[in-house]
Design a protein around this ligand. Structure first.
Ligand code: AMP
Ligand code: MG
Length: 401
């Protein structure tokens, strides 16, 4: 592994080979977390009619110019129950929030600002035109854009679609991702550990992270360090999925078989070896339009290389316009030594400290320490170089929460 490439170069190579998947129609009640493949356009005006912003009385502004005036209350309008006729000069109608402002009315006076007596509604001040009236189409007009292509649909976005009369949207298909973990020492959680075995944790890490990123993960099981078993399972996995993610067996040991078997299976290796700690032996390849990531075996390396390389690929498959990790700025709470050759991603706890976000690196930064990493809420980027980064320095970090 002579020539390590930079994180940025590796990301560039991943994105260069990753195209957005096809689109499919999705009902809005199942569109949460999906990414729009084309813009969504309003079907109705919103609001669909002039509606009242307050509980109060609909009236004509012109009738209140010589306030105080007393106006007879001729109808009571509720939300969803409009007036039976237009409002005439000199009249008022009681109206609830969300009620349709009747034809002829151009203002609503708030309940709290008037008094209704036997004689009618006593208005003591002139009410300007438009007061407390939500204009038809004030939020959006039928035919206008609601959301752009590439937007991920969260709570506010699906509500916007529903309100604008849209029932179905075109979204990119969710990437189907096969997960293969390699290692003869791995035992599924729940079983009894034998001498030399550890519990398998990368499969669940990847399935959880992939699901949250918008992919459809499938755990394909544990592959023993045996060439024949590698060949059989990888061949099958390459066929059925948009992306294959492996863990372990991608380094230089005699039992690291993943890359060799992939070569036999005609996977084109795009890169192997990135100047990052942890995660150096990460590899990326393609076979036709199937993407293959070979992540190292250590669980913290999986966490880091997922964020740096796999999540951006999932984003790009989904058609997200800005697929790279969204680093934020914070302040380092304690000095850290730089690695001379590799950019490092330290596990840290992020805390709000007055105006800034303080990043406190956790003790136990070894790449097998997934339990320590489980305490972390951030990955702090410490760029390669000499000496140390002092406490108080501004650093970039990725939020893990
Ligand atoms: P490898 O890259 O296969 O040499 O694995 C590096 C280290 O990660 C070894 O200590 C493995 O036991 C460990 N490891 C590999 N795969 C997993 C896994 N799926 N879950 C937990 N630890 C793993
Ligand atoms: Mg191994």
């Amino acid at each position: 592994m002579a020539d390590l490439i930079s994180i940025a170069e590796a990301q560039r190579l991943v994105l260069e080979r990753t195209k957005a998947l096809d689109a499919e129609r999705v009902p809005i009640e199942r569109a949460s977390g999906r990414v729009l493949a084309e813009p969504a356009t309003a079907v109705v005006d919103l609001p669909p009619f002039p509606s009242s912003a307050m509980d109060g009385y609909a009236l004509r502004s012109g009738d209140t110019g010589d306030a105080p005036v007393t106006l007879p209350v001729v109808e009571r309008i509720a939300a969803g129950r409009p007036a039976s006729r237009a409002l005439r000069a000199g009249e008022a109608m009681a109206i609830a929030t969300g009620g349709a402002v009747p034809a002829g009315a151009d203002a609503v006076i708030q309940l709290e600002n008037v008094e209704e007596t036997e004689a009618g509604l006593v208005v003591s001040e002139p009410v300007p035109t438009g007061t407390n009236v939500r204009g038809r189409g004030g939020d959006v007009r039928a035919g206008d854009g609601v959301l752009e292509a590439g937007v991920r649909l969260g709570a506010a976005q699906v509500a916007a679609l529903a309100a604008a009369g849209i029932t179905e949207v075109r979204c990119t298909k969710r990437p189907r991702v096969g997960i293969l973990v390699t290692g003869s020492e791995l035992r599924p959680p729940g079983e009894q550990l034998r001498e030399g075995e550890i519990y398998e944790s990368n499969g669940l890490l990847l399935a959880t992270a992939l699901g949250a990123a918008g992919a459809v993960p499938a755990q394909l099981g544990i592959v023993a360090d045996d060439p024949e078993e590698h060949r059989r399972t990888m061949e099958r996995a390459l066929l059925g999925f948009d992306m294959l993610v492996t863990s372990g067996g991608a380094s230089v040991g005699p039992h690291d078989l993943v890359r060799e078997v992939q070569r036999e299976l005609r996977v084109e290796e795009v890169f192997w070896g990135v100047a990052v700690k942890p995660g150096k032996p990460v590899a990326f390849g393609v076979r036709r339009d199937h993407l293959v990531f070979n992540l190292p075996g250590n669980p913290v390396s999986v966490l880091v290389t997922f964020e740096l390389f796999v999540r951006p690929a999932v984003n790009a498959l989904l058609g997200v316009p800005d697929p790279l990790p969204a680093f934020q700025q914070g302040t380092l709470a304690a000095a850290v030594r730089r690695n001379p050759h590799r950019d490092e991603l330290l596990r840290a706890v992020v805390k709000r400290d007055n105006e800034t976000l303080a990043l406190d690196p956790l003790p136990g930064q070894d790449s097998h320490m997934i339990v320590r990493a489980g305490q972390a809420t951030a990955l702090v980027l410490v760029e390669a170089g000499e000496g140390e980064v002092p406490a108080g320095a501004t650093v970039s970090f990725l939020s893990l929460s």
